[in-house]
Ligand binder design. Structure first.
Ligand code: ADP
Ligand code: ZN
Length: 679
């Protein structure tokens, strides 16, 4: 059996493990119970797919999402791995084929929907086929407290007992309660070997911007990324429709998605997104759970997400293939008011609402961060990090100023008007504007009236927004969103504490967010050509483009520009099966020529040591086709004989003769042994 690193490259086409994968793979291969917590896109699937190839018997994979299972099975088959799925989405023929393969002992991975576990026949089936390992994807679905709870997941613990095989559980949800519940329900409370892996997604560029004209901000962000697959998240259903229309009018391929649509229509959008290259989906958060597209190049939030966890999950859908991806999150005072109101108006118990406010605060803190965003984000998840160099604040650090005085003036305006007014009226007071409302209430007589002339209206709005962001003031839902001071503001009011604010958000936003190029300018045309080739293959095979090769692989091809199949085989993501299937086609795009046809026996050796050896044997043979003297009868070895030599590397004439026969050994033997001795 080839070793794990060998399979990693020969089957999956990757030349190195991602951080953490190797330890998990080794533990699973060794048959230990494992629980791996890895962020989305961290590469969990490989951690059971690879061991499944090494271990005896069938690996049963339990996963809650039919679409994802089907995708994975398709991907595995493309890589030459025998995999099948039993789900309610199967056609009868598909199911029959899976059973046949199981009975023939051919299947290595069997994907199964959790609903199947409850049926009596399943256990009999699994007993019969010889299961060697159970892998559980999205293991947090076993937790009753999470919103992804799947009652059928409770059957998994029983299944493990009945089959008495090791179990490997995977999830991206890290909180301690969920983890404990997984241990109880899947492992009978016996702690498995646990791997907790970093939450950083270094390839995702982070950026926030204050809302100035949201529609234009999103349109220009998308315009700079034309032709790339992206998601725009919106706070309301209506907005998904208007924004997607605006994007389509601007020449993008865009469609909308929300929970109010018919199931059929939603599935249609999901299917298109998965399949097409460069579609933009404008959606509410209903879009996501079933999305497993590794080459989403950007995610934009037209409205502020509801919490830091939601933010992390939503931006985390970008760049799962590890290639650069970008995000932009817009936020404004109205978003903050809306999110606060949603929490206050929810029917959740008070302590839950408090926790929700805290999670929103964490996100607002991130939005108003003064330094590296990734540091703030990771510190929320309990990780320390250096400034990342891949966020808007690292790109251009904001200008800061001491905002203590401004905040105290604003607080004073709030308190002197009895905490009964919203931002608009408060700013009028600070700027000394004599509106009817101000005269009617006598607010022009307040000592705070007209004390804020150092800023204009927009600048004051930014100060108020940052105050909300720092949770110094909160809109009171019982007073139509009038601002109330929080306890956190008291030390500043009393002059015991100071506060730093960002000046850059006071100025107009930098105009057009510039896209990062995936490759250098000179390689860009080649990348487009490779993508076109990929699309042709994908369409012919009716699979999503990334199933052929993911973006990262194409980027590497465009940069490295392999000239031969051997060089092609060294590109990350090009395994043996894909090399065989697509190698020549992509090579043709790169070299601009049809590569000389190679004998299949030689092609099999591409990228391996044997390939070069084969070529040298060929050369030695060419010198001797007509013998030492050049006048003998022409003679040559077959391609498969040469391939055999290159693979077995015999060192003595006896073995060599057995492979080539007397006549050929006579003519080429010595020269070949010399080549083989050089190795
Ligand atoms: P998740 O942890 O979210 O389930 P996946 O298993 O879907 O992540 O993997 C995300 C992406 O990372 C996939 O496109 C996969 O092909 C890629 N990937 C996984 N392992 C590696 C690796 N060792 N090297 C390069 N790419 C990898
Ligand atoms: Zn940073």
């Amino acid at each position: 059996m080839p070793s794990a690193p060998e399979l990693l490259s020969s089957v999956f086409g990757f030349d190195a493990f991602r951080p953490g994968q190797e330890e998990i793979v080794n533990a699973v291969i060794a048959g230990r119970n494992t629980l791996a917590i890895m962020p989305t896109g961290g590469g969990k699937s490989l951690c059971y797919q690879l061991p499944a190839l090494v271990r005896e018997g069938v690996t049963v994979v339990i996963s809650p999402l039919i679409a994802l299972m089907r995708d994975q099975v398709r991907g595995l088959r493309e890589a030459g791995v025998a995999a099948g799925a039993l789900t309610s989405g199967n056609t009868e023929e598909e199911t029959d084929a899976v059973f046949r393969a199981l009975d023939a002992g051919e299947l290595k991975l069997l994907y199964m929907a959790p609903e199947r576990l409850a049926s009596g026949g399943t256990l009999t089936l699994l007993r019969r086929i010889g299961v060697g390992l159970i892998a559980v994807d999205e293991a947090h679905c076993v937790s009753q407290w999470g919103h992804d709870f799947r009652p059928d997941y409770l059957e998994i613990g029983k299944l493990r007992h009945a089959l008495n095989v090791p179990l490997a559980a995977f999830t991206a949800t890290a909180d301690a309660e969920t983890r404990a519940e997984i241990v109880t329900r899947l492992f009978d409370g016996q702690p498995p070997e646990t791997f907790l892996h970093g939450f950083d997604r270094p390839n995702i560029h982070l950026a926030f911007a204050a809302k100035t004209s949201p529609r234009n901000q999103i349109l220009s962000f998308a315009a700079a990324r034309k032709g790339q697959s992206g998601i725009v998240y919106c706070g309301t259903r209506a907005k998904t429709e208007t924004l997607s229309r605006a994007l389509a009018e601007a020449g993008h391929s865009a469609c909308h998605y929300h929970g109010g649509m018919e199931a059929e229509a939603r599935r249609h959008v999901e299917g298109r997104f998965q399949q097409e290259d460069g579609l933009i989906v404008v959606a509410t958060v209903a879009f996501g759970m079933g999305v497993d597209k590794p080459d989403i190049r950007w995610v934009a939030h037209a409205d502020l997400p509801k919490s830091i966890e939601a933010y992390y999950q939503e931006i985390g859908r970008a760049g799962r293939d590890g290639a650069p991806a970008e995000t932009l999150t817009l936020f404004g005072a109205d978003d903050i008011r809306l999110r606060r109101a949603q929490i206050d108006e929810s029917l959740a118990p008070p302590e839950r609402r408090m926790a929700d406010h805290a999670r929103l605060n964490a996100l607002l803190g991130l939005a108003e961060a003064l330094h590296c965003r990734r540091q703030s984000l990771l510190s929320y998840f309990g990780e320390e990090a250096e400034p990342c160099g891949n966020c808007d604040l690292c790109d251009s650090p904001p200008e800061l100023f001491d905002g203590t005085e401004a905040v105290r003036k604003a607080l004073s305006a709030i308190l002197r008007t009895g905490e009964y007014f919203g931002t608009g009226h408060l700013i009028d007071i600070l700027l000394g504007v004599e509106t009817d409302k101000i005269r009617a209430r006598g607010h022009d007589a307040l000592p705070t009236f007209g004390v804020g002339l150092e800023f204009d209206k927009r600048q004051w709005q930014a100060v108020f927004r940052q105050m909300m962001g720092h949770d110094l003031v909160r809109p009171d839902p019982e007073r139509h969103g009038a601002l109330r001071m929080t306890e956190a503001a008291r030390p500043i009011l009393r002059g015991e504490d100071s506060i730093t604010l960002r000046r850059d958000t006071l100025r107009a936003q930098a105009s057009r967010p510039v896209a990062r190029a995936l490759v250098s300018e000179e390689d860009a045309p080649l990348l487009s050509a490779l993508k076109a080739k990929r699309r042709a293959y994908a369409e012919a095979a009716r699979v999503p483009a990334y199933v052929v090769f993911n973006d990262r692989t194409l980027i590497e091809m465009a940069e490295v520009k392999p000239r031969t199949l051997d060089e092609m085989a060294r590109i990350s993501g090009v395994g043996a099966t894909k090399l065989e299937r697509y190698g020549a086609g992509f090579l043709e795009v790169i070299t601009g020529a049809v590569p000389a046809p190679e004998h299949p026996a030689r092609r099999k050796l591409a990228g391996r040591e044997g390939g070069a050896l084969y070529d040298r044997l060929m050369a030695a043979q060419a010198d001797l086709t007509r013998g030492e003297t050049g006048i003998d009868k022409p003679l040559s070895c077959s391609a498969s004989q040469l391939a055999k030599l290159a693979e077995m590397q015999p060192r003595d004439m006896g073995t060599l003769t057995r492979i080539l026969g007397e006549r050929r050994a006579d003519r080429f033997g010595e020269a070949f042994l010399e080549v083989l001795a050089e190795g």
